[in-house]
Design a protein around this ligand. Structure first.
Ligand code: GTP
Ligand code: MG
Length: 467
């Protein structure tokens, strides 16, 4: 109990040289920045909506029986406050709640939003309490379109490297079936003719069509993801590019190589670099949200594809890693922490959660292997930002409101815990659930948020991924 805040209030000691009278008025501030990372549709915005709704409910209605902040007894919290985050538009909570009230899911995110959560905690340790009665723990949260994350690795690749990789990728795995039109288009395309604005536009539009079709079919490794966002400020009509066959990318004097190379550089410099600076700043702990259901719903190949994507993006996930590691290694023996969190766990009966967790651990294997030589502790756990299902008549069953708003029951087979156990042509049907009318109560019934907060707030280790 006494040490609960030890990880957070270490800094208090730094100011303990001033007289204690003055210190009684001082509120120590500690800012922790967390960007919940996750691919598009992984559940970032819904999770933010839930966190904010829970906190508001806690403040406005004194609703303390939340799973949230179980590690933080109400008597230790003087207040929680939500404030805007400088440099960011406020998170559109009202819009999200309006959507939910209309039984629709919040819209996909198309730009960056932020908010600050300030938790003023009472110092429980008697000596420190005398000196520093309060500590403001400030969390900065940033939400962003998942497509931006997918693009970050492009910053460390040349156009030719990116193009060759993207071409190889779209020619393999389940995505090859969605790339047929694009490849046929390129085969017919006359690269001898000059790259006019119009012809560049045609090529870029055809490639973007591939990206869109592949995305709607559950493919995650799609670059540039920014082209999928019609609101993107990067003008893909003016400065777009696409991967080209290696016969062209191997000739740096080819006019099409020259023009796409120039556009690619501009994309990196004017669009991606500022996003990386502003949104993907260095953070202390990493939380990576993973949606396993899209893959389960499609095929084993889709899950392998997700595993590959996470591994490709591993460097982007653990952003700011250079200085992050240096700082941690240089100043303290603490190790870095990365949590992989499978979202939407309410879509499965509780009895299947262990299997989902095992699958998550398998999907992250490649990403974790990339950091085998780094001092990082990985955690895996499950979360549901909202619980849209109810228990069914049997342990393997769930009840829910389907799209036609009928209240139905579904019975589940066991989730495959190993990818190789899943038959190659099998898929695991995933519920298509409507947002229930009592969405607010269902947000408060979300699972795993306490675990998430505990992870953010303390340095305690957890031994398993269950809530
Ligand atoms: N059952 C269930 N579905 C969820 C939950 N969270 C999200 N979803 C579903 O997943 C979809 C995507 O969630 P978002 O929170 O919008 O995902 P995101 O990561 O913000 O996606 P982008 O904004 O596109 O990057 C939602 O529209 C819901 O259909 C959850 O806790 N339970
Ligand atoms: Mg979003």
């Amino acid at each position: 109990m006494q040490n609960r805040w030890s990880a957070l209030v270490d800094k208090a000691a730094q100011v303990a040289t001033t007289s204690s009278n003055k210190l009684a008025d001082i509120v120590t501030k500690q800012t922790h920045r967390f960007t919940l990372t996750g691919l598009s549709r992984s559940g970032k915005s819904m999770l933010f909506t839930s966190i904010l709704t829970m906190l508001k409910s806690r403040n406005d209605e004194g609703y303390v029986c939340l799973p949230l902040l179980r590690t933080l007894p109400p008597e230790d919290i003087i207040f929680t406050r939500i404030e805007p985050l400088e440099g960011f538009k406020p998170f559109p909570l009202t819009l999200s709640l309006e959507a939910l009230a209309n039984q629709a899911w919040p819209a996909p995110t198309d730009e960056a939003y932020g908010f600050k959560l300030i938790i003023r905690v009472q110092e429980t340790h008697s000596v420190k309490r005398k000196l520093l009665p309060h500590t403001d723990v400030i969390f900065e949260f940033v939400d962003y379109p998942g497509e931006w994350l997918t693009d970050l690795p492009m910053l460390s690749k040349s156009y030719a490297q990116w193009s060759d990789t993207a071409w190889a990728q779209l020619s393999s795995g389940p995505q090859q079936y969605y790339a047929e039109e694009w490849k046929a288009f390129v085969n017919r395309f006359d690269f001898e003719a000059a790259p006019t604005r119009e012809r560049i536009g045609e090529l870029v539009e055809c490639y973007t069509r591939y990206l869109k079709v592949a995305k709607s079919n559950g493919i995650s490794m799609l670059q540039p993801g920014s082209f999928l966002l019609d609101t993107s400020e990067f003008d893909r009509f003016e400065h777009g590019f696409a991967p080209l066959p290696s016969s062209i990318t191997s000739d740096i004097s080819h006019p099409w190589f020259e023009v796409f190379n120039a556009h690619y550089q501009k994309f990196g410099k004017d669009w991606l670099s500022p996003i990386k600076e502003d949104v993907f700043k260095e953070t202390e702990k990493q939380i990576i949200l993973v949606d396993l259901f899209e893959g389960l719903n499609h095929s084993r190949q889709h899950l392998y594809q997700l595993k590959e994507t996470l591994s490709h993006l591993a460097d982007a996930f653990v952003y700011g890693k250079q200085s992050w590691f240096a700082k941690r290694l240089g100043k303290s023996p603490k190790i870095g922490k990365v949590a992989f969190v499978a979202t939407k766990s309410d879509l499965l009966p509780a009895g299947e959660h262990d299997n989902l967790l095992a699958l998550l651990e398998q999907i992250t294997e490649g990403a974790r292997a990339k950091f085998a030589d780094k001092p990082i502790a990985f955690e895996h756990f499950l979360v549901s930002a909202i619980k849209v299902t109810d228990e069914g008549s049997a342990p393997q069953a769930l009840r829910y409101q389907d799209k036609d708003l009928g209240y139905v029951e579904a019975t589940f087979e066991s989730v495959p815990t190993r990818l190789k156990d899943m038959e190659s042509d099998a898929h695991f049907p995933v519920l298509n659930v409507a947002v229930p009318k009592d969405f607010k109560a269902r947000i408060l019934a979300g699972r795993g948020l306490d675990r998430l907060f505990q992870y953010l707030l303390t340095n305690e280790e957890q031994s398993d991924g269950k809530y």
